[in-house]
Design a protein around this ligand. Structure first.
Ligand code: ADP
Length: 257
């Protein structure tokens, strides 16, 4: 794979107690910098603005009001990029912030602007770091919208930017035959070639305290990738160096292909 979209979930960036997982930030910067130096074209889609915002404002719980969540996301987004800038600077890699909404590619003019921006950044070896623009959209915050979540935004980006591979990093090793957080005897499914209704049934609801989409939105992303003849790997983001293993073709996580 030469052009790769990597999506990292809140659960990989924020510890369950609300503290920022600086090790993941560092390992992500290390891994993506190494791949960037090898000439891979990378786009990182990162959640975590709200989680980082909660941490910054010393809050324990997500506020229930959407407006308050958007405010927290605005606080957290700049802090999130500060964390990425610090770590990527360390490995001499340039990054850029790209804030999108799910429908941006549906408008021909914005579609062109966004693609041109991505292409310029990739040509200059800069890694775009994408998130939903939470000030103008609530797709990621409102669990009831059809788009929901950065899982699908990352699939939309992978699709429009013609990436071969989407890597989704989460807090579980892959897609299981039932929720592994609830059932100790759940089994990892290594490959999925067709995402069907049965899969959605075993995907349960949303997962971690700070995470949003859960397995459902990851399956929707996988379905889109398979339909377009691209691949998606769902793997554990605890150590982002797992990306090296994925690209080396080692059997880690769940391959949707
Ligand atoms: P992220 O923040 O990384 O996007 P989420 O918390 O939104 O992660 O989604 C991952 C969670 O989905 C897992 O921690 C798990 O609790 C839940 N889940 C539900 N069903 C499954 C399943 N069949 N296989 C794996 N995880 C599942």
């Amino acid at each position: 794979a030469n052009r790769i979209v990597i999506k990292v979930g809140t659960s990989s960036l924020i510890h369950p107690n609300g503290a920022i997982n600086l090790e993941t930030f560092d390992q992500l910067a290390y891994t993506l910098s190494a791949l960037n130096n090898q000439g891979k074209e990378l786009i990182l889609v990162s959640s975590g603005a709200i989680g980082v915002g909660l941490n910054k404002m010393h809050l324990k719980q997500r506020p229930s009001e959407i407006g308050a969540q958007q405010a927290l996301a605005a606080i957290g987004q700049s802090e999130l990029m500060t964390l990425f800038t610090q770590r990527f600077d360390h490995y001499l890699t340039d990054i850029a912030q790209v804030l999108l909404t799910h429908d941006i590619f549906d408008y021909p003019k914005s579609n062109k602007f966004v693609m041109d921006t991505f292409n310029c950044l990739l040509n200059d070896n800069v890694i775009p770091i994408v998130n939903e623009n939470d000030t103008v959209a609530t797709d990621e915050l409102d669990h009831h919208t059809t788009f929901g979540d950065n899982d699908q935004l990352s699939a939309i980006v992978a699709s429009h930017m013609n990436a071969d591979l989407l890597i989704v990093l989460s807090d579980i090793d892959g897609f299981y035959d039932r929720n592994p957080k609830k059932f100790a005897d759940a089994n990892l499914i290594q490959t999925v070639s067709n995402v069907g209704d049965d899969d959605f049934t075993i995907a349960g609801g949303s997962g971690s305290r700070f995470g949003t989409g859960g397995m459902r939105t990851k399956l929707l992303a996988a379905k889109r990738m398979i339909d377009e003849d691209r691949q998606m790997v769902l793997a554990n983001g605890q150590d982002p160096q797992i990306i090296f293993d994925i690209l080396a073709g080692k059997p880690v996580g769940t391959l949707f292909s």
